[in-house]
Design a protein around this ligand. Structure first.
Ligand code: PLP
Length: 475
């Protein structure tokens, strides 16, 4: 090992050599992914770059262990180390977010939401099927209980944010099991301001009387007042659930506090760990003390055996998020998003709601005569990675869309500052102004190669100033 080689370089090189000896195509794909990530300006709002410590905590023999159950109460022998890992991760999560209880087993955000739905059902539903099983242990139901429960579940109601206002598929929409489990209704944003309309939420809640009032979003660029949402939930006897999958990093970094921090207001909070929180791909549930028992039944109710290696990486990421540097990171994410939104607006672009208070900027590309689909492809041609997204009352529907969703967590991890996000705004506008829709098409377009070349070059200059994973040199 050359004396100036970093520990990270040594670790990843050696690891890849071991993989290469078994299946070279996989080692090559892993290496290529680093090259691709380094070479693209990533504005996907749900993505980030996990630290080398988080990455390394995932690749080990904790994956070999079955540990169904909860800390100190497993269905398998020999779980002492998984117990340690899960307990440390849960402790960091409780301390970081100020939650009574943290359950770090969910394998993804969708799984965290399923755990939360069943926890609330088990706690709240006065079901003969559930009570028959004694102590409402959902995992002890007979087939007959299940048949009854299925009939009764059809009456349970969920009120969540509509998809085109920025809600998520798991908030009661058709393609997801949540839309089949629950009778669902949505609230949206105000047609004039584009802001979440609390009067509309209150009116819908009074009329619909949901079991669960669900707040949280994937594509809403503003704050949500969770104190008001709790007041509405209490008024109609609903449980307030918040899905902070997108903005958990801003809660962890104390950018979202008081009425805008969901944890003190909601009975149950779910999240992913890989978006703004910058951990491994995974999920997590935080809850008030009263829901502890129900939440802990996530496995085996809807989850398989916990992923010990991923919980280890969650513990590392949560420990990182408790360091003071993470608060500066979170503030910079929002400053950068504001700089991006301002830069776009100043150059004539239409930004939904006129700006942002979080990490998301939603760009309405209708004014360029483009669909979201065309804008997404044209930007990608120039090395700028975004995703198309419906805007409120989108005339082009959820597939072609009229919007582009942008987010700053990844570029902020890379180290870009507000001045550089303004430059990114310039690059985006340059591409969109030069893109011409093929007549009558929602997909095809023309874009002068000189424009893509020039923008790619300027994007490459920005990235060269902020190398990704500077500690890792695979040579
Ligand atoms: C991303 C996201 C999820 C799903 O997370 P996965 O890990 O992809 O399952 C759930 N809810 C919201 C609000 C999200 O943004």
């Amino acid at each position: 090992m050359p004396s100036n080689e970093t520990r990270e370089t040594t670790a990843f090189r050696a690891g890849l050599d071991v993989v290469r000896a078994v299946e070279p195509r996989i080692a090559a794909a892993i290496e290529q992914e680093l090259v691709d990530q380094r070479g693209s300006l990533k504005l996907i709002a749900s993505e980030n770059y996990a630290s080398p410590a988080v990455l390394l905590a995932m690749g080990n023999w904790l994956t070999d262990k079955y540990a169904e159950g909860t800390i100190g109460h497993r269905f398998y022998a020999g779980c002492a180390n998984v117990d340690t890992v899960e307990a440390v991760a849960a402790e960091h999560a409780r301390e970081l977010f100020g939650a009574d209880h943290a359950y770090v087993q969910p394998h993804s955000g969708i799984d965290a939401n399923l755990v939360a739905f069943w926890a609330v059902l088990a706690q709240r539903v006065e079901s003969p099927a559930l009570t028959n099983a004694g102590a409402r242990q959902v995992n002890e139901l007979s087939d007959e209980d299940w048949a009854r429960l299925r009939r009764e579940l059809g009456d349970q109601r969920l009120l969540g944010m509509s998809l085109d206002a920025g809600g998520h598929l798991t908030h009661g929409f058709r393609p997801n099991i949540s839309g089949k489990m629950f009778d669902q209704r949505s609230y949206g944003t105000h047609p004039d301001t584009g802001l979440l309309d609390y009067d509309q939420v209150r009116a819908a809640a009074r009329e619909f009387r949901p079991l669960i009032l669900l707040a949280g979003y994937s594509a809403y660029p503003r704050l949500v007042n969770f104190a008001i949402m709790r007041e509405i939930a209490d008024e109609v006897g609903a449980t307030l659930m918040v899905d902070m999958a997108h903005f958990a990093g801003l809660v962890a970094g104390k950018v979202l506090t008081g009425d805008f921090d969901p944890v003190p207001h909601a009975q149950i909070v779910t999240t992913t760990t890989h978006k703004s929180l910058r951990g491994p791909r995974g999920g997590m549930v935080l809850s008030s003390a009263e829901l502890t028992e129900q939440v802990n039944r996530g496995c085996p109710m809807v989850l398989g055996g916990p992923l010990g290696h991923i919980m280890a990486a969650k513990a590392v990421a949560l420990a990182e998020a408790r360091q003071p540097g993470f608060a500066s990171y979170a503030r910079q994410i929002v400053d950068n998003a504001r700089a991006l939104a301002d830069g776009l607006r100043r150059r004539g672009a239409t930004v939904v709601t006129g700006g942002t208070d979080n990490h998301i900027v939603l760009l309405d590309v209708h004014g360029y005569g483009l669909t979201g689909r065309q804008a997404e492809s044209a930007l990608l041609d120039a090395g700028i990675v975004t995703n198309r997204n419906a805007i409120p009352r989108d005339p082009n529907g959820a597939w072609y869309t009229s919007g582009i969703r942008l987010g700053t967590p990844a570029l902020t991890t890379r180290g870009l500052d507000t001045g550089e996000l303004d430059e990114v705004a310039q690059l985006i506008v340059t591409v969109l102004e030069a893109t011409i829709s093929a007549s009558g098409s929602k997909v095809r377009y023309t874009l002068d190669k000189r424009v893509t070349d020039e923008v790619s070059e300027r994007a490459a200059d920005l990235m060269a100033k902020h190398p990704l994973y500077p500690q890792i040199d695979l040579g």
